[in-house]
Design a binder for this molecule. Structure first.
Ligand code: SF4
Ligand code: SF4
Length: 109
């Protein structure tokens, strides 16, 4: 089961108790690029910790209109509040993986 599949829930903004309240303030996607970089995405043959080949400048999706269902169905959650404020894509992706207890593989981070 991938990170993307694990994160479904009734309230995506309820952070675990060991995370600080700042986790909940952000409820909209800011195109930080972390979820296009950190998780493995089988539909794109994308391993953990490697930026998606479609992730373009400004962390925008270069194939947005035709992105796969897994990307279309992805919704912001409390993790965005943890990762999006960080200053670099590398830092955001590392924090994303750290939250899920995962280590990046291959090139990228
Ligand atoms: S991690 Fe959250 S804020 Fe960042 S691009 Fe993904 S959905 Fe948007
Ligand atoms: S296809 Fe687009 S939305 Fe999906 S992971 Fe790649 S860059 Fe992100």
């Amino acid at each position: 089961m991938t990170v993307v599949e694990e994160r479904s829930g009734s309230d995506l903004f309820t952070a675990p108790g060991d995370y600080p309240p700042r986790s909940a303030w952000q409820r909209d996607c800011t195109a930080c690029g972390a979820c296009c970089t950190a998780p493995d995405i089988a539909a794109l043959a994308k391993p953990l910790g490697v930026p998606c080949v479609n992730l373009g400048a400004g962390c925008l999706c270069a194939v947005y209109a035709s992105r796969p269902a897994v990307c279309r169905n992805y919704r912001p959650d409390w993790v965005c509040g943890e990762v999006a404020p960080l200053p670099t894509l590398e830092a955001r992706a590392r924090r994303f993986l750290e939250i899920y207890g995962l280590e990046p593989v291959g090139r990228g981070l």
